[in-house]
Design a protein around this ligand. Structure first.
Ligand code: SF4
Length: 398
């Protein structure tokens, strides 16, 4: 297919595709899916080989957020029956992080619900970062605490944070439809602050919120312009008890096309498969490894992922390898230009990103395969609220 040859050539040269080319990837048919994956896979292997970076989420503070992000189980007014707790103590967070590191994670993502941290919160997180770094040699730490105020990014960097995550989530044009309590511009500003402080920026999106193909291309082109080191791609987990509970819009094939488009637009950036992978890709998850070079290990912020060992088995069975602690994630040209954090990338799903949402694990009577009309079926049976790890007495999944 001419389109795919063009996109591979551009990806190998780190050249930006046109908007039309990106839209055309999303418009390919299921019959062409394997060709699309193979083409984007060539770009992925050029910059990242067959390595898969593992990242581990620690939810430092869960629920009770005053913001109204409609995709988020922790939002104001959410009825999702998620775990709710206030700040973990540094040793509790460090213990949770150690489980992820023992499972193979190279980066720990410290996430807290809320609009943004107070200076006291930055102190707390700084203590936590120091405890994790002391007890887990070589681990990368990414903070994800919401909108930053002046000076906070510098303080996190001084405390040892390697990266900061804050997602754009959706296009500028539709941002106001999903959140009213802060703006798209607020989010961009926080990513800029992180970059200015020398933190490796991580910023991504959530697909499946009812957006158009043009919206998806818009947000991915905006991310390319923002130039983060890592781009997490979340697939909406439509939690019961949130405004988007009925938004079951994704098929495994659609998810793969979205990931391929992101890879073509951001060829040499760490593309991370984030929340919703088990729910929406299901048995097609291994194909996504040909597109992304990074995933989360184990559970998400408020929902459970598949068993950590299943993640490791999937990577090995698909012919990929877990990226070791001594390996630099980013290609040399990016690692050198990335503010002091070349070997770190990735990030967490920002507070509230889809990977953090929770929905209720309902016993659904509605979980079936795709319907005859071609509309994806709701797979509420696959959504499980996290009941283990941080904030509980049970061992984490790693
Ligand atoms: S995404 Fe973050 S800011 Fe938005 S409601 Fe969820 S926890 Fe709050």
């Amino acid at each position: 297919m001419d389109l795919l040859n063009t996109l591979v050539d551009k990806g190998l040269r780190r050249e930006l595709p046109t908007r039309e080319e990106a839209l055309a990837v999303l418009a390919t048919s299921d019959d062409d899916l394997l060709e699309v994956v193979a083409a984007a896979g060539k770009v992925r292997r050029q910059w990242f080989g067959r390595r898969v970076k593992l990242n581990y989420l620690v939810n430092l503070k869960s629920g009770l957020c005053p913001e109204d992000c409609s995709y988020c189980s922790q939002r104001l007014g959410s009825k999702a029956e998620i775990l709710k707790y206030t700040w973990l103590k540094p040793d509790e967070a460090s213990k949770a992080a150690a489980a992820g590191v023992a499972g193979g994670a190279k980066r720990v993502c410290l996430v807290a619900s809320g609009r943004g941290p107070t200076d006291r919160d930055v102190d707390r997180v700084s203590e936590t970062i120091e405890a994790i770094k002391e007890q887990n040699e070589g681990v990368e730490v990414c903070a994800c605490l919401g909108l930053l105020s002046d000076g906070q990014a510098d303080r996190l960097r001084s405390a040892g944070a390697d990266a900061y995550n804050h997602n754009l989530n959706t296009s500028e044009g539709t941002y106001g439809d999903i959140t009213t309590t802060h703006t798209y511009a607020d989010r961009v500003e926080t990513v800029h602050q992180a970059q200015a402080a020398g933190l490796s920026a991580c910023s991504g999106l959530i697909a499946g919120m009812g957006e158009s193909d043009a919206d998806l291309v818009d947000v991915v082109f905006s991310l390319r312009e923002l130039d983060p080191d890592s781009v997490p791609v979340n697939f909406l987990i439509p939690f019961e008890g949130t405004p988007l509970a009925k938004e079951w819009n994704l098929t495994p094939q659609r998810c793969l096309r979205i990931l391929a488009m992101v890879r073509f637009v951001c060829p040499d950036v760490e593309v991370r498969l984030a929340g919703g992978r088990e729910v929406h890709l299901r048995s097609m998850q291994p194909l996504a490894l040909h597109l992304v070079n990074s995933i989360f290990l184990g559970d998400y912020l408020t929902s459970e992922g598949q068993a950590g060992q299943a993640d490791l088995d999937m990577i090995a069975d698909a012919g990929f390898e877990v990226e070791g602690a001594g390996t630099t994630t980013l290609p040399a040209h990016r690692a050198q230009s990335s503010g002091g954090c070349g070997s770190h990338d990735g990030g967490c799903t920002p507070c509230g990103d889809a990977s953090g949402e929770a929905g209720e694990a309902t016993d659904c009577g509605t979980s079936e395969e795709a319907t005859a009309s071609g509309v994806p079926a709701a797979r509420t049976d696959l959504v499980a609220v996290r009941r283990r790890g941080a904030g509980t007495d049970l061992a984490p999944n790693a």
